[in-house]
Design a protein around this ligand. Structure first.
Ligand code: SAH
Ligand code: AVI
Length: 329
């Protein structure tokens, strides 16, 4: 009988969201709620409850992006891994990392897998996925980063020739200027021969998109309202989340779906942690998220302006969603 001892996995987690997180939430809330229309950044959806609600969204019959992306990754992970020739996988906005397993599995199968670096603003999801994946892959070094990919990308301890993944279509949640600066940061992470793997939701018929953000079970509505629960808890505010209606509509001109919270009746809100007193008129809306839908051409143009070119472009059979591998140009 032959056998070999499995190497120990290691877990290390760096956090960049300690004391300053509350200050930046207060600034963001004060700034966003003084805009027209009023606005709140989507990253505040993702406390522990919000991350769980997002995971429930990914299982809804109407929410096609996760199913499509999972099918693409399960089928194409071996070719992606062959092209990338990476020993480490960096994952931005990693969440529960459930689709990532196909990539790690393919890297392990090709004998190249050494390190996984999940980065997310939600501490609980980074810790949980680090533990789960370290257990599944003996010998894997997991280096988690709890941080904001709009502020802390230069702190990701990236090694040589990384595969940097950004899945789920989260790239669509940026406004165009912020996306350009995010893509420039990704390009810097790649060095001379890393690869960028990005999931994008594609342009399609409007009813399919609108149903995905307006599910019949009301989970997306609860996810949307969760931002108010988070602000109540962190900034001692007194929003009544049930006094806001979930709204989601597709904006053809911008090619994005927009989620809003609409006040049902006049709302007086006090947010002591942001030194803000607020009155919302009956029917007034707060924009909470945009989610851009892409064409291949638009994505190629944006990647090119950031110094990257498409190496492979994969879609599901109905072309609802795409996974793109890009290399330094
Ligand atoms: N990649 C996963 C999760 C997508 S949900 C998937 O494909 O299913 C979006 C993820 O990005 C959440 O886990 C959220 O916590 C994280 N996120 C949102 N804004 C962020 C930010 N500014 N910095 C880091 N992570 C962020
Ligand atoms: C994380 N992000 C890509 C999701 C999306 O589809 O834009 C967030 C989400 N919002 C509502 N449902 C899901």
């Amino acid at each position: 009988m032959t056998g070999e001892t499995l190497a120990e996995s290691t877990i290390e987690i760096d956090s960049y969201l300690d004391g300053s997180a509350l200050d930046s939430m207060a600034d963001d809330v004060r700034e966003g709620l003084s805009r027209e229309p009023k606005e709140l950044p989507p990253k505040y959806f993702y406390d522990e409850r919000g991350s769980e609600l997002f995971d429930r969204i990914t299982e809804l019959p109407e929410y096609y992006p996760t199913r499509c992306e999972r099918a693409i990754l399960n089928r194409r992970a071996p070719v992606i891994v062959d092209l990338a020739e990476a020993t480490e996988l960096v994952e931005l906005g990693s969440g529960s990392a459930s689709k990532t397993r196909a990539l790690l599995f393919a890297m392990a199968g090709s004998g190249t897998l050494e390190r996984y670096l999940p980065m997310d603003v939600s501490e609980s999801v980074v810790e949980r996925s680090a533990e789960e994946l370290a257990e599944i892959y003996p010998g894997l070094q997991v280096h988690g980063v709890v941080g904001d990919f709009e502020q802390h990308m230069d702190l990701v301890p990236v090694g040589r020739r990384p595969l940097v993944a950004f899945l789920g279509g989260t790239i669509g949640n940026f406004y165009p200027d912020a996306r350009a600066s995010f893509l420039a940061d990704v390009r810097a992470l790649l060095g001379s021969d890393g690869r960028f793997l990005v999931g994008t939701d594609l342009v399609k018929d409007i009813p399919t998109v609108e149903a995905a953000y307006n599910d019949s079970a009301g989970v997306t509505a609860e996810f949307n309202r969760n931002v108010l629960h988070a602000i109540n808890r962190e900034l001692d505010a007194d929003f009544d989340p049930e006094a806001f209606e979930h709204v989601a509509f597709f904006d053809r001109e911008q090619s994005w779906i927009e989620m809003r919270l609409r006040a049902l009746g006049e709302q007086r809100v006090s947010i002591p942690g942001a030194e803000l007193e607020l009155t919302l008129a009956d029917g007034e809306e707060i924009r909470t998220e945009i989610s851009t839908k892409f064409t291949q051409e638009r994505l190629a143009g944006e990647l090119s302006r950031a110094g990257m070119q498409i190496e492979a472009f994969f879609t599901d059979p109905d072309s609802l969603f795409a996974v793109t591998l890009a290399a330094p140009a």
